[in-house]
Ligand binder design. Structure first.
Ligand code: ATP
Ligand code: MG
Length: 394
């Protein structure tokens, strides 16, 4: 069945107004669309680039009425939008992805249970409900264990690592604090060779496009950099893409998704989690692909044909966290950054710098992967404020 296309000129609604919403807006406006952002935080960066903006609470009934009067289709840039709001919105407008997908993804336990019920490989996991039951979980899964709040964590927040028996008591204390109406999931810590992620875009008719796997490194639970293509064999790359496409199809997901994977030491690929939106590890697509993850989101939201996915160049994306942004983008640092061949700077326009906060990123492209990696490494040594590993020209 052919779905109607929303043509340029239409107003697209976005739930959430962070940098992902701002980058979506950039893609949408370039393609002739207008954008309305709804984010309760008046300081959220996407408000400033949008045609219309709403900054009331997601619980505000008056705003939801005004929102659907303003927009013709809706997408989101944050998976923790209240499901009830999404259910109401999708009775009136197309919402991509759907509330049903969000309901599964918002809760790490529900998500992992769903994936394993579809025979998709995930790390061994269990729900942790009490101090007493924690011990049963430990005897079943062993140590080390990573315990995560079932809901609303990001950048490694809301995670607790139990490496050895002496660290159990501390976590028991957290479990017993009265504030814990919180549900927890415990996962076996995977000894991985590398982390990968795969972007999958899937249309309302089930048409699918998949991006090459990127290789991601984290520092203290926060994405440090992503390299594309990943240094994996062709068959592993195919397996990662195949698994990711299957996961999104099982979800009946319509939208852009990022499937985060572990390549375990024993060679297995395991799904860590799925984001139902563009992803930080996919920012390289802005500079190194025919069609970016944000343009795909516009296309799928409007019912347009999906874009051809072609990697135009190897790329390394490096995040700028907290005051790293000042180190590499002021004074002499700025001159060096902007004079690096193939360096493309993206700043998110956040007013307040906080430790670990994603302030922007720089993507390095080069005809050879090794050149892009070397540029990124040199940049990283400046980010870390260390003497550069590669001597600069005299
Ligand atoms: P993000 O916002 O970056 O996606 P998040 O807070 O949603 O992160 P996860 O993706 O679950 O949380 O975990 C963040 C990182 O912690 C992972 O990318 C990985 O490096 C590490 N990690 C999480 N779970 C495991 C696990 N079971 N075994 C090994 N490492 C893990
Ligand atoms: Mg993650």
């Amino acid at each position: 069945m052919m779905h109607p296309i929303l043509e340029p000129g239409a107003m697209l609604g976005v739930l959430g107004g962070g940098q992902l919403g701002a980058m979506f807006t950039g893609a949408a406006r370039r393609m002739g669309y207008r954008v309305a952002i709804w984010d309760p935080d008046p300081d959220a960066p996407a408000h400033r680039v949008a045609d219309e903006s709403f900054s009331t609470s997601f619980a505000d009934h008056d705003t939801r009425e005004r929102f659907i009067d303003t927009v013709q289709a809706i997408t989101l840039e944050w998976e923790n939008i209240p499901v009830e709001l999404c259910q109401w919105l999708e009775q009136h407008r197309t919402l991509r992805p759907s509330s049903a997908v969000l309901r599964i993804i918002q809760d790490r336990l529900t998500q992992k249970q769903f994936l394993s019920s579809c025979s998709l490989p995930v790390p061994d996991f269990a729900e942790v409900t009490s101090e007493h039951q924690l011990h049963q979980v430990i005897s079943r899964l062993g140590l080390p264990l990573i315990c995560k709040t079932a809901r609303s964590g990001y950048d490694g927040k809301g995670q607790w690592l139990i490496r050895q028996p002496s660290e159990i008591a501390q976590f028991e204390q957290i479990l017993s604090t009265p504030s814990s109406g919180v549900r927890w999931i415990a996962e076996q810590v995977v000894t991985f060779v590398r982390e990968l992620s795969v972007l999958v875009v899937r249309s309302g008719t089930g048409e699918t496009r998949v991006y090459p796997a990127s290789e991601n490194r984290h520092e203290q639970g926060i994405l440090r950099d992503s390299i594309v293509p990943a240094s994996i064999s062709l068959s592993d790359a195919e397996a990662a893409c195949e698994l990711s496409v299957r996961a999104v199809a099982e979800l009946h997901g319509v939208g852009i998704f990022c499937v985060e994977l572990f390549q375990a030491q024993d060679g297995r690929l395991l799904i860590n989690e799925i984001a139902p939106r563009p992803h930080n590890s996919g920012h390289y697509t802005l500079d190194a692909c025919t069609v970016s993850q944000f343009e795909q989101q516009v296309r799928v939201t409007c019912g347009l044909p999906l874009g051809e996915v072609r990697l135009l160049s190897p790329a390394v994306m490096v995040n700028l966290l907290g005051d790293e942004v000042t180190t590499v983008l002021s004074g002499e640092g700025s001159r060096e950054t902007f004079s690096t061949p193939g360096a493309s700077v993206h700043l998110y326009g956040k007013r307040v710098i906080r430790r670990g906060r994603k302030m922007g990123h720089v993507t390095f492209t080069a005809p050879e992967r090794a050149t892009a990696v070397a540029s990124a490494q040199q940049f990283l040594s400046r980010v870390h404020n260390l003497p550069s590993a590669i001597p600069s020209a005299p």
